[in-house]
Design a protein around this ligand. Structure first.
Ligand code: FAD
Length: 192
C-alpha cells in the first residue's frame, strides 16, 4: 500500500507528533511505502491566491499545486493527523485541501451533478480534541468534529471509504490512557 500521511501540528513535542511517530512505525513494520507531509515543518504555504485561480481557470496548474497533486495521486491511502481547532481542522490543513483538491483533479461538475474523481483511494482521519466526549454530546456537536473533512471534503471528492478516530479530552487523560492510545495507533494505520 502506498500511504500519504498528512500531518498538521506545529510542535514536535506534541501528543499529535507522538501519534505520527507511532503510525509511521506501524506502517513501516508492515512493509508499506509511506510519504509524509508535515505541513508546518515544510512551511507549506496554504494560501490559494488569485493568480493560482486565474491559472487554474485556464487549465494551467501552478507548479506548487502540481507538486502537491502528484503526491496525492501517488497514494492509495491517505492518513490525516491533526488536533481539533475550532471544531474543525487547523487552517493550515484546510489550506492544503484548498490548494490540492482542484476542480478537474479531485472533482468535476457534470450534467448529473458533482462527480468525485478520487474514487479509488481510502482515508483514515485521526483527530485529538481538548473537549470531553460528553461535552460534544451535550452540545449536539459530535458530528461537527469529523463531517467537514469526511463528508464535506473527502467524500465530495469521491473518497467514500473514510474511517475516523477521535481521541477526546486529551489533556485530562492519565499517562496510561495516553500510552494506550499511542499503542493503539501503532496498528490503526494497518487496519483501515
Ligand atoms: P499536547 O498539548 O501536545 O499534549 C496533550 C497532553 O499529552 C499533555 O498533557 C502532554 O503532556 C501529553 N503528551 C504529549 N506528548 C506525549 C507523549 N509522547 N506521550 C504521552 N503523553 C504525551 N478542543 C476542542 O475540543 N474543540 C475545539 O474547538 C478546540 N479548538 C482549539 C483551537 C485552538 C487554536 C487550539 C490551540 C486548541 C483547540 N482545542 C480545541 C484543543 C485542542 O484540540 C487540543 O489542545 C489538542 O487536540 C491536543 O493535542 P496536542 O497534540 O496539541 O496535545
Amino acid at each position: 500500500m502506498k500511504v500519504l500521511i498528512v500531518f498538521t501540528h506545529p510542535s514536535k513535542n506534541s501528543f499529535n507528533h507522538a501519534l505520527l511517530e507511532n503510525i509511521i512505525s506501524g506502517l513501516k513494520q508492515a512493509g508499506h511505502e509511506i510519504r509524509i507531509k508535515d505541513l508546518y515543518k515544510e512551511n507549506f504555504n496554504p494560501i490559494l491566491t488569485g493568480d493560482d485561480l486565474t491559472m487554474l481557470h485556464t487549465n494551467n496548474i501552478p507548479e506548487k499545486i502540481d507538486k502537491e497533486q502528484q503526491q496525492l495521486l501517488w497514494a492509495d491511502s491517505l492518513i490525516f493527523i491533526y488536533p481539533l481547532w475550532w471544531f474543525d481542522r487547523p487552517a493550515m490543513l484546510k489550506g492544503w485541501f484548498d490548494v490540492v483538491l482542484t476542480n478537474g483533479l479531485a472533482f468535476e461538475y457534470s450534467s448529473e451533478g458533482v462527480k468525485g474523481l478520487l474514487k479509488h483511494k481510502k482515508a483514515l482521519v485521526i483527530i485529538t480534541a481538548g473537549g470531553s466526549k460528553q461535552y460534544f454530546i451535550d452540545n449536539d456537536a459530535l458530528q461537527l468534529i469529523h463531517r467537514p473533512v469526511t463528508d464535506g471534503t473527502l467524500s465530495f471528492c469521491g473518497i467514500k471509504d473514510v474511517s475516523h478516530q477521535i481521541y477526546y479530552d486529551i489533556s485530562n487523560l492519565s499517562d496510561t490512557e495516553r500510552q494506550d492510545i499511542l499503542n493503539e495507533t501503532k496498528t490503526a494505520g494497518l487496519e483501515f
